[in-house]
Design a protein around this ligand. Structure first.
Ligand code: SD4
Length: 306
């Protein structure tokens, strides 16, 4: 019998992304196709400065993108520090399906993308260049909590603040199959070559069809340190609900480095194999979008430590 399809994703721009994924799910399409389709919405959105085109660059002015995709059977692919390709999630899927590898980085990832027929493009928009030049005046890199800085309208982030608007998306299709995708331009003004959690399987994304799926947003270093998304899935395996699992994974991060975590954001989002969802963050301000047959534009504020 057909199950209930559902897609969830990080932040408010997850709403239109979910709706794109829903066009796939509602027709009985696969969760894998749905998440690949859905996250391309923020990748293409010029107002989103943390994903894809128009993403804020690193300190050298280069836009370098990270993305990963994973299905219920442990198939996965990822790219890290990829430049000049507008839809890194598509390249991640090609890595998964057309190579014996999981992760390609930098020039090698670009070379592969070009061989696969992707077009080389300038992803730094005039607006992002201006924000970067503004940042260069102080060149101060200090990630801070997301909640104060999520203002697309100003076109730039004051005083070296980072932006936290990676999209992580999880879906279950009518066949009960899970999949996830995650894509980001990473932390604005990062060192050239810096890779965050998003393309690291087990950190920014993890899916196990027997258990559930998890993804993360926020300061990737803290997520990598704790194998965050893998941890959330393992906690669900031990019987926690998605909500409990996200909560416990966040507490693990906070307890290991209480001082460091006070001022930074990490949020987890999870879905179990029954399609139940949960989320938790260190700081207030994290929200997630939920879309299913009952409601296509749900937005839920996540609970947080502070
Ligand atoms: C990173 N986790 O590169 C990403 C950034 C992020 O919302 O989530 N922004 O560390």
């Amino acid at each position: 019998t057909a199950g209930v399809a559902r897609v969830i994703s990080t932040w408010d721009f997850g709403i239109p992304a979910n709706q794109a994924a829903w066009t796939v799910l509602s027709k009985g399409g696969s969760a894998l196709d749905a998440v690949e389709t859905g996250v391309q919405v923020p990748e293409a959105d010029l107002k989103n400065h943390s994903v894809g085109r128009a993403g804020y660059p690193d300190r050298d002015g280069k836009v370098t993108l990270d993305a990963s995709i994973m299905d219920a059977d442990g198939n996965c692919g990822a790219v890290a520090a990829l430049e000049h390709i507008a839809h890194p999630i598509q390249v991640a899927r090609r890595v998964m399906e057309r190579t014996p590898h999981v992760l390609l980085v930098g020039d090698g990832a670009l070379q592969f993308a070009l061989e696969q027929g992707f077009k080389k493009e300038e992803l730094l928009t005039p607006e992002s260049r201006q924000a970067w030049q503004e940042w260069l005046k102080t060149a101060h890199y200090q990630p801070s909590a997301n909640s104060e800085v999520r203002d697309y309208g100003k076109g730039g982030l004051p005083g070296g603040k980072d932006n936290h608007d990676t999209i992580g998306m999880l879906a279950i299709d009518t066949h009960g199959r899970l999949a996830g995708a995650c894509t980001t331009s990473g932390m604005a003004w990062k060192l050239h070559g810096r890779v965050g959690d998003s393309p690291i399987i087990g950190a920014g994304l993890y899916v196990d069809g027997d258990v559930g799926a998890a993804t993360s947003t926020g300061v990737g270093e803290e997520v990598i340190r704790n194998a965050g998304s893998f941890l959330v899935v393992e906690l669900m395996r031990q019987g926690r609900s998605p909500q409990e699992a996200c909560h416990e994974a966040v507490m693990r991060i906070v307890k290991r480095r209480p001082n460091a975590s006070k001022d930074l954001q990490v949020g987890f989002l999870a879905m179990n194999r029954h399609g139940e969802v949960g989320a938790f963050a260190i700081q207030p301000g994290f929200s997630y979008a939920v879309c299913d047959a009952a409601k296509q534009d749900g937005l839920i504020p996540a609970k947080s430590v502070y």
